[in-house]
Design a protein around this ligand. Structure first.
Ligand code: GYE
Length: 326
């Protein structure tokens, strides 16, 4: 029932989007001459603090850059993203950008955009595709590196551990680029020390409630957890709630390393509840608008643009917190 409703809502959203189209083909074709360009953007949803900051960045940057933004929230559903993209194609926007919820299943719709002559930019997350030239560039972080940094911290922190170190992993959305790559980066990093063992790993879907629920189950099943690797801040914050409810002290009894470094995550780190944070910068809007204008003007752009990140221990988080923008 719910699914049907969501699917219907998706179609309704696509219909509304189509209804406020900017006009027939060609009318916005003067974009290359410096006129306003129209961008269709399909966002994953609003699952996390990271995502909210990313949405705000894109909306603000569009205004700033004079880009006419048609924004669509997919509520975490690939089918909603596909219908939004189809609607953007119908409206003949100048450029389509999207953050793909999962990595696979995009070939058909990407080919439709290509055949319609509308360039596509991937932001934040990558896709797996065997079709050539179906997107111009992918702007986003190096998720393998992020997972590796999280793992490197565990390696250092537990270098002197005499016996097994029990790690539980809260994975992001199943099949999403960041979940897959952070998992592999982390596994690679901790692989140097056979004492470091991931004893349980499950998706919390990048949400606070998901992280809390999974952590509650982990705590019941495993009385001896040493470390939580949360693939985003929100799941880490959910884990903090679960750990406290179980009468343990997050950051002390159970160490937590997370990824994103949003304001809430930085606060938890400064407060000693998280031990280490790996940043993933959500402020992709200005760069996206810049690249979009180049793409629409027919200029060539690099096919991969990696956004830089850093890491924070507790003291660094406390120092950086007052200036934190997201
Ligand atoms: O880490 C998480 C969000 O794709 C990098 O998605 C993004 C991830 C981010 O929900 O908080």
């Amino acid at each position: 029932m719910n699914r049907v409703l969501t699917a219907m809502l998706g179609i309704a959203t696509a219909g509304v989007l189509a209804a406020c189209g900017s006009g027939p083909a060609g009318q916005s074709g003067d974009a290359a001459g410096g006129e306003q360009i129209t961008m269709g953007f399909s966002q994953v949803g609003a699952e996390s603090g990271w995502r909210t900051a990313n949405t705000t960045s894109i909306q603000d940057a569009a205004k700033e850059a004079g880009v006419d933004l048609k924004f669509s929230d997919a509520n975490g559903k690939q089918e909603n993203q596909i219908s939004a993209i189809r609607s953007f194609i119908q409206q003949r926007v100048d450029v389509i950008a999207f953050s793909p919820v999962v990595r696979t299943g995009w070939d058909a719709v990407l080919l439709e955009a290509k055949n319609a002559g509308i360039p596509v930019i991937l932001t934040d997350r990558a896709v797996d595709t065997s079709e050539p030239d179906v997107y111009k560039t992918f702007i986003g972080a190096d998720f393998v590196q992020e997972g590796q940094w999280a793992g490197d911290w565990v390696v250092k922190e537990f270098a002197a551990a005499p016996g097994p170190v029990n790690i539980v992993q809260l994975e992001g959305t199943t099949g999403s680029d960041p979940a897959l790559e952070r998992t592999s980066g982390f596994a690679k990093a901790i692989g140097v020390n056979p004492n470091l063992k991931v004893i349980a790993s499950q998706t919390g879907d990048f949400t606070r409630s998901g992280g809390k629920q999974v952590m509650e189950a982990f705590l019941k099943a495993h009385p001896d957890i040493d470390v939580v690797f949360a693939q985003n801040d929100d799941m880490g914050l959910g884990a903090v709630e679960a750990i406290e409810a179980a009468g343990k002290k997050p950051g002390t009894d159970i160490k937590i390393v997370a990824i994103d470094a949003t304001h809430d995550g930085m606060q938890a780190t400064a407060d000693g509840k998280f031990n280490f944070l790996v940043e993933c910068n959500p402020l992709l809007g200005p760069q996206l608008m810049d690249i979009a204008k180049k793409v629409v003007a027919g200029e060539s752009v690099p096919n991969r643009i990696v956004t830089p990140d850093q890491t924070f221990d507790q003291a660094q988080a406390a120092a950086a917190l007052p200036e934190r923008k997201y």
